[in-house]
Design a protein around this ligand. Structure first.
Ligand code: ADP
Length: 574
């Protein structure tokens, strides 16, 4: 803008100087001509007086007078004959009766003309005057070289040019300074607009003038303030929206009408296992699932459950909604809930119910069968045999129900646990004495190998006992007659380890990973025969988790099994 203004001013200045120069040159030219005419007239009048008074030779007279007034003087008689000529010595000068100034002077008393002089061989300016002397008519003619007038004009033109150039230079500097001054606030406004556009909304302009520029600056400041308020409000709203969306467990995706993702929260990003920001990508690219993609067009009224296989199998519950703003359809919004956990829990529950029913069914069938048979059995030994079976089956049923209740109690996170400091050696000894009779009855030797110093863990004493009994009982159950079971306690760094080892039948490697599942048995027949419920190790796993511990199994077929329990040492008081 500064350059433009400066350019315009310079063009105006150029035209101004040129027009002024042209006009003043022409005026001056006229004035110089007029002055020359007036001078010639005046000088001619004076010459007339001298001529009338002169009685000497005319040629000498003109030469003397010409030298005095520094002009060419010619005296001509009424017939055009040159009587005296100041600038030439030639005697036979051509007749001058045809010269326009002479003709005019003879006619009207005086005459002017500008023309080429044959005598001088250059352009001359002539003034001729009719004079009467002694009854005779003469023409007195004064002439100057046009060159002289032109030289004067040239001199003037030079001065004019110098003045114009000096004026132009001064004006240019002044224009430059003026343009700078008037464009300064505009430049400030431009700079500030750029700064604000780059995000520094707190910047303001300091224009104090009361003119239009000042008003513009004031209006600009108001606009910047409003903009700052609006942007702050918007970014505040946006950051709130982003925090809400980020903290949501459910996925939210908004896509536009071209199916490009406008907004996606981190939960949705996680669902599709994407590390890159999916905003701006096509919806199908992000989800890579035809079924979900179809939902975007169908917009069903209810939630739809969909299974995705990529990147891993997941169960999703999706609700789609159109995004409408004042009757304009802006796109589609999807709320995605990951129901994989719920689904697997549902599956586990239904498996558990099926397993429990199955487990309950066999003792109940056996009880029912025995009870029915008893009706028809008369002899005592057979009756006693059936009564024994009823007793064993009801015992099994009781154990099963007790184990189910224990498990459900352990799974219920709100169940009360009495955390206390357990002296591990003492507790192991107790278990040893509880289990010794059972081991003895199977001719299995049970041994205790305790850490020399006292060791402690934190946990519920009853649950600790139950965990140990389950493991030692398994050792006895799955070890043949004459075998060995050992309970060992030790402390390593800040960990307490309890190892229950037997030299029993062992567990095949492939089955080890599933041992802690509910109702999982390696050998169903043997477990049943031993009165097992298939829930013992599931209960152990839960208790270990409650105690913040770990359990591992080492086993080889025919050589026996070791269950290694690992707990944080309870050295400090809780
Ligand atoms: P169960 O009531 O059948 O013993 P558990 O949950 O206690 O159920 O054990 C699950 C299965 O793990 C058992 O059926 C058995 O096959 C195997 N098992 C557990 N402990 C041992 C062990 N010490 N030696 C060999 N097999 C074992």
């Amino acid at each position: 803008m500064r350059k433009k203004l400066f350019g315009i001013f310079m063009v105006i200045l150029f035209f101004g100087v040129t027009i002024t120069g042209y006009i003043s040159y022409n005026f001056t030219k006229k004035i110089i001509l007029k002055n020359t005419q007036d001078n010639l007239k005046t000088e001619c009048k004076l010459l007339e007086d001298s001529f009338k008074a002169n009685s000497g030779e005319l040629d000498l007279f003109v030469k003397n007078m010409g030298a005095i007034i520094n002009k060419r003087i010619t005296i001509i008689n009424k017939d055009g004959l040159v009587l005296g000529e100041s600038e030439t010595k030639e005697k036979n000068i051509e007749n001058h009766s045809d010269r326009p100034e002479i003709i005019d002077a003879l006619k009207s008393g005086e005459g002017f003309s500008t023309r080429h002089s044959e005598t001088e061989d250059q352009t001359m300016y002539y003034y001729a005057r009719r004079v009467e002397k002694d009854g005779l008519v003469y023409i007195l003619r004064l002439s100057v070289q046009v060159n002289v007038i032109e030289n004067m004009l040239l001199e003037y033109l030079k001065l004019l040019l110098i003045a114009a150039i000096a004026g132009a230079i001064i004006c240019t500097v002044l224009v430059y300074l003026y343009v700078n001054i008037i464009t300064k606030p505009i430049r400030m406004l431009t700079r500030l607009s750029t700064t604000i556009a780059l995000g520094q909304y707190e910047k303001r302009i300091s224009i104090t003038s009361k003119d239009e520029i000042g008003q513009l600056g004031h209006a600009f400041n108001i606009m910047a303030k409003r903009l700052q308020e609006t942007i702050t409000e918007l970014s505040d709203k946006q950051s709130k929206l982003i925090s809400i969306l980020t903290s949501m467990d459910d996925g939210v995706i908004v896509i536009d009408n071209t199916e490009k993702i406008l907004l996606i929260n981190s939960a949705a990003q996680k669902l599709f296992e994407s590390v890159d920001d999916l905003t701006g990508k096509y919806f199908i690219e992000a989800t890579r699932n035809k079924e979900i993609h179809e939902l975007v067009n169908a917009i069903p009224d209810e939630d739809v459950e969909i299974t995705i296989n990529h990147p891993i199998i997941k169960y999703l519950r999706i609700r789609t909604k159109r995004v409408i703003n004042s009757n304009e359809n802006l796109g589609v919004m999807l709320f995605i809930q990951d129901i994989t956990k719920i689904k697997s829990l549902e599956q586990m529950r239904s498996d558990f119910v099926a397993n429990v029913s199955h487990e309950l069914k066999s003792p109940l069938t056996s009880l029912k069968g025995c009870a029915e048979t008893l009706k028809y059995v008369e002899d005592k030994p057979t009756r006693d045999k059936f009564l024994d079976i009823i007793y064993i089956e009801s015992e099994r049923l009781t154990r099963l129900i007790n184990d189910i209740l224990t498990l459900s109690d352990l799974e219920n996170k709100e169940s009360l646990i009495n955390f206390e400091k357990i002296n591990v050696n003492k507790a192991a000894e107790e278990i040893f004495y509880i289990m010794e009779p059972a081991a003895n009855s199977k001719e299995i030797s049970i041994k205790l190998e305790l850490e020399s110093k006292e060791i402690f863990i934190y946990g519920d004493r009853d649950k600790f006992k139950q965990m140990m009994i389950n493991l030692v009982d398994n050792g006895i159950k799955y070890t043949n007659k004459g075998g060995k079971v050992k309970i060992k306690t030790l402390k390593l760094d800040k960990r307490v380890k309890i190892i229950i080892t037997d030299n029993g039948i062992g567990i095949p490697k492939k089955n080890i990973s599933r041992l802690f599942e509910r109702f999982y048995r390696v050998d169903k027949g043997r477990s049943r025969e031993m009165g097992g419920t298939g829930l013992g190790l599931a209960i152990v796993k839960h208790i270990v988790q409650l105690f913040d511990g770990k359990i591992s199994v080492e086993s080889s077929i025919g050589n026996g099994t070791s269950f290694i329990l690992d707990f944080p040492s309870g050295e400090t008081d809780l």
